[in-house]
Each structure stands twice: as structure tokens, then as C-alpha cells.
Ligand binder design. Structure first.
Ligand code: HEC
Length: 204
């Protein structure tokens, strides 16, 4: 039998692990677990997002999709993640690329439209009943050239899973699997099919 590792030795091993791996990596490796059930208070949801956002963005990376790659650097329009019942009851954030932001994303007046090349994104994470946090799907809409997709208001709808695979793309593979996006978004035809986000969570 090897000699047991007594408390000072355990502490030393723990310190060594942190020194070798770096505290950030050590914290990222362990899965986040929360004690609260139900909707998270905004400050708490935001703190969790700040811890997992990098891991979320990395989970979409295998797709090598320009939107998935770039959105973390775009303008974010919400102050804290909000629970989105319409997107699988996940906590969501809204981002828009410079073109969409400049064209007034979130401030469109009836009849106004986004220019081709505008992209709006929602990244999401889930919190299970047991309090575990996981990266969720990435949703995005890209405004195409006029007439490119008349059935969807010239928007391309994409849902990507957190392993970088595509659930569907309305102008690409598995278009039928994401047909439900427009079925709902068409309710907002007056403002170019955009819902924006709940009032309380808007960045002023
Ligand atoms: C049942 C209705 C519904 C369905 C289905 C739906 N959405 Fe949404 N979507 C919303 C609502 C409502 C919002 C506003 C934020 C919120 O409450 O989640 C939104 C916001 C968005 C946004 C932010 C842009 C904006 O301002 O509208 C994107 C991107 C998005 N949805 C993509 C998708 C994609 C992609 C799909 C399909 C895979 C989809 N949505 C399916 C209702 C829906």
C-alpha cells in the first residue's frame, strides 16, 4: 500500500493543479451548478452568462460559420439574459451586426426594413431543473438581397446546435426544419419580422 496523502499533501496537490492549469481553466472545466429553481434574477443570469459566454461561443465554432464566429464582438442589446419561452425556454441574448445596429435594430418604425447584410443573433443557454448550465442553440436571421427569399421576408433563418451542427437553414439544408421560425416571426411583418426583446431587458 502506498502511504496515504495526508491533508497538507492534498492541499499541495490542489495548489499544484491550479498553478499548472491556471485558475480560469480549472474553473471552466468544472460544470457550473446552481441551487435555484425557476427563473433566475437578472443579475444572477448575467453573472452566469459572463462565466459561460466564452464556452458558448466556442461550442458553435466547429461550424466555422462567420456569424457564429463574429457575433461575440457585435453590439449586445439586452442588459441580462432573459428566459425565452419561444426559443425552447432558454436564457437568451440579442446581438446585431454593425449594419443592423446602424439601421436601427430595436427602433424600427412601421414599414421600415433592415438592409441586406443585416444580421441579428440570439445565443442561448439552458439551466436544467437540477441547476446545471449548458450552452444552448444559436439562432440567427440574415437579411438577404431583395427577392432572394420572398416567402420569409427575404430573411434567412438559421438554428445551430451547441456542437456546431445546423438544425436547419431556410435557404440551405433542412429548410423544412426551421420553417416554424417564420410562421411565428411573420406576426411582426410591420417591423420587418423582428420581435426585438422584452422591455425590461432592453439596454437604454
Ligand atoms: C413562437 C414564436 C417564435 C418562433 C417559433 C421563433 N421565434 Fe425567434 N423570436 C420570437 C420572439 C417573441 C422574439 C423576441 C425575444 C424573445 O422573447 O425571445 C424572437 C427573437 C428572435 C431573434 C432576435 C431578432 C428579433 O428581434 O426578432 C432571432 C435572431 C430569432 N428570434 C430567430 C429565430 C429562429 C432562427 C427561429 C427558428 C429556429 C425562431 N426565431 C423561432 C418568437 C419566435
Amino acid at each position: 500500500m502506498p502511504r496515504a496523502c495526508l491533508p497538507p499533501c492534498v492541499a499541495f496537490a490542489a495548489i499544484l493543479t491550479i498553478v499548472l492549469m491556471g485558475p480560469t481553466v480549472a474553473a471552466e472545466k468544472e460544470h457550473l451548478r446552481l441551487d435555484i429553481a425557476g427563473a433566475l434574477p437578472p443579475a444572477e443570469a448575467e453573472a452566469i452568462y459572463q462565466r459561460v459566454r466564452k464556452e458558448m461561443a466556442e461550442s458553435y465554432a466547429p461550424a466555422d460559420d462567420p456569424v457564429a464566429r463574429n457575433y461575440p464582438r457585435w453590439r449586445r442589446f439586452n442588459i441580462a439574459p432573459y428566459l425565452s419561452a419561444t426559443h425552447g425556454n432558454r436564457y437568451a441574448n440579442n446581438y446585431a451586426n454593425p449594419k443592423a445596429a446602424k439601421a436601427g435594430y430595436g427602433k424600427l418604425k412601421p414599414g421600415q426594413q433592415m438592409p441586406p447584410g443585416a444580421v441579428v443573433v440570439k445565443d442561448t443557454f439552458t439551466v436544467t431543473n437540477e441547476g446545471e448550465v449548458f450552452p444552448g442553440a444559436l439562432f440567427y436571421m440574415e437579411k438577404l438581397a431583395p427577392g432572394r427569399s420572398p416567402d420569409t421576408g427575404d430573411w434567412r433563418f438559421v438554428q445551430m446546435l451547441p456542437d456546431g451542427s445546423y438544425l436547419g437553414d431556410t435557404v440551405g439544408d433542412n429548410a423544412a426544419d426551421v420553417g416554424f421560425c417564420f410562421t411565428c416571426h411573420k406576426a411582426m411583418a410591420e417591423v420587418d419580422f423582428l420581435f426585438f426583446l422584452p422591455d425590461d431587458y432592453r439596454r437604454k
